[in-house]
Every structure is written in C-alpha cells, then in structure tokens.
Design a protein around this ligand. Sequence first.
Ligand SMILES: *Cc1c(COP(=O)(O)O)cnc(C)c1O
Length: 396
Amino acid sequence: MTLELSEPVHASSAIELSESAYRRNVRFLRSTIGRAPTFSSVIKGNAYGHGIEAFVPMAERCGVRHFTVFSAVEASRALSAIRKGSEIMIAGFIADEDLPWALSHDLSFYVFDCERLRAAAEAARRVGRPARVHLELETGLNRTGLAGPTLEETIEILSRESETINVQGVCTHFAGAESIGNYVRVRQQIERFDEMCRSLERVGIPVRLRHTACSAAALTYPETVMDLVRFGIVQYGFWPTQETRMRFLLDHGLDRRQGAPEPLRRVMRWRSLIMSIKQISPGEFVGYGTSYQATRRQRVAAVPVGYYHGFSRSLSNLGYVLVRGRRAPVIGLVNMNMMMIDVTEVPGVEHGDEVVLIGKQKRRTISVSSFGDLTRMLNYEILVRIPPEIPRIVVA
Ligand SMILES: *Cc1c(COP(=O)(O)O)cnc(C)c1O
C-alpha cells in the first residue's frame, strides 16, 4: 500500500477577516460621509496587512467598488482580485515603463510632476487611448504634488494634450489630520486646495472629482469630504490615533451616552496555537540569555510565531496573548519563529490550544493599539509588518 502524501500546507498562524465587522464599518463610515461621495478603499501595504486577494472580494460584497493602491505592482494584484466594474486608482509609484500597462487596464493614476504627465501622454499615444489622471496638488505636505511653476507648466501641457490626457480628478493629501497639533497646517491646506481648484477652473481645467480626505480628515474635518474619500486604516476597524477617536466621540456626543456601542469593529483576528508545553522550576531562565527567570514552578508554552511573522521583538517580556480566554504574558525574548508564553494561570491548557495574538477570544480582546502602547509602534506599521505568506481566511 502506498501512502498518499500531500505537501505540507498548515501554516503556524492564520489571519481571519470578519465580513460582518467590515460590513458594519462600511455602514458606519457611509453614515458619516453621506451617500454621495465615492468610498475608495485604500488597500496599499497588502491592504494594511489584511491581504489584498482575500480582502478585495469581501469589500466588494459589502458594496465597495473603488480601490486605491500605492503602486502599479499592487494594482496588478488588485486587478486579479476585483470584479468587472470596480475601479483602481494608483496614488504613488509607477515606473514609466509600466504606464502603457496601466492605461491598457483603464487604471487611473496620480500625476504630481511634469515628467509623469509627459510620460503619460506618450504612453497614451502608444496605447491609443487617453490616460485617466488625478492632478495631485501640493498644498503643504511637501511630498509629491503640483504647485507654482510646475502647475503652470502642467496647465500648458494639458492644453496641448487634451486628446491624450483626461483629467479625472484633483486631489491632495494632508500633513497629519490625526493630531490637533497640526490643526493650523491642515486648515491652510484646505484653503489652499480650494483656491487652487478655483484657479484651475478659471483656466479651463475641469475639476470633476475632488478628493482630499483620508480616514482622520474625514472623521475630524467634515469639509474635507468632497466627491471621494480615501478610507485606509479606519475601514479595517482601527482609529488613526486615540486622539481621532476621542475627537469623534466628543463631536458626536457619544462619549457620554451610556452603553453607546464602539462605532468600529476590528476586521482582523490573528490566531496561532500552542506547539509545546513544559514545566520549569524556580530560578530557571527561559529562552536566549537571562532576560526572564522563573520565580516559581511555572508552565511555559511555545507558540510558533516570531518576529519573522511580524510579532515585534520589542514585545519580548512585555506583550501578551490570549489562551482559553485568559491573558498569557510573553516571557523571554521573541525569537525569529517562536515565542514563549507563561500559561501557569490558564487552567486545563493543552498542546494545540488556540492562541490569539490580535483580536477576540471568549470575552477578552487584544488590540493592535495595545501592541502600540507597549512598543511605541504605530498601528499602521504593526499591521503592514504581518507577512503576506500568512494565510488570510474570510469568516462570516
Ligand atoms: C495612505 C493614504 C490614505 C489613507 O490613509 P489612512 O490614514 O489610512 O486613512 C489616503 N490617501 C493617501 C494618498 C494615502 O497615501
């Protein structure tokens, strides 16, 4: 008899995406921006770690049909996941060589300098169809964007290239709408954007679709919600900062309302399992070096997730996970592929038990921001460090 053996497929951890949580978030964000503006789902950074291929069809089922990516390579991944009729907008990097590809797939993209604009016109001539562009205006972030002489030159080029360049939208990005510390700078950007749009219209450039708001701007500065909103972190159920959350709750009178439900639901749940358990005696060290010494008889468990998998080494002796609905602290240094946890206080703990790294288990929850509080890392950075190889599974 021959054994039929398949290749190993069981990953040491998995990420569940909750469709019902996402649907709620979309409904909540819709209710804050109203019906008219286009909801663009920002899926750069592998959909903030959620996985483009799993996330995009789920978002479409929840009514989202517009996606923003950073690069042409991400656009190509999104393209293989979307349904016919959904739109993709590239807000950042495209090599000139890839512009004809972008045009031939009807993707729209940002133009923020004259080189890109000329290359787009050239690509349009080659492909035989106009480039659909968004003019990114420089309003104060001083990253990418058109202003001053560059904007004047853009206007000149556009007047010659009306056959090859189709201006779809006009946009900008704010310099930190998630902190009141940037209030004056953001207000100035809003005013500058409005002025610049008016002057574009005066010279005959159509300003059809205006868009400026990211998550924090849409929640904190309602006037930045124009014809389209680029929702990144908030659609995944995370506030850009605690400050944005408090501001929003205060502005909407939700801070004092007894039992008002938290408006956002976390979409992601990251789970692994206990790989091995052992007993150790007082005085013994756990892991490399001497950073953790047992003070009593303890039960310790190995979890097959380490900094290779995006679980930060700075959570060594600091972070915690959930096992059987209880908090189990990370003890010793987080290794490349494993970490040790203290399960002494987890009754009945066994080999193979589920371990939750982010998300809910029974009545307890671990939030990404608790990681952040412990390590001073940003929500955004923690999420995108979760490697693409970890399987993403959509659950109801
Ligand atoms: C990342 C990004 C967004 C989304 O930002 P969030 O804070 O995650 O909502 C919007 N617009 C641009 C241009 C971006 O780069």
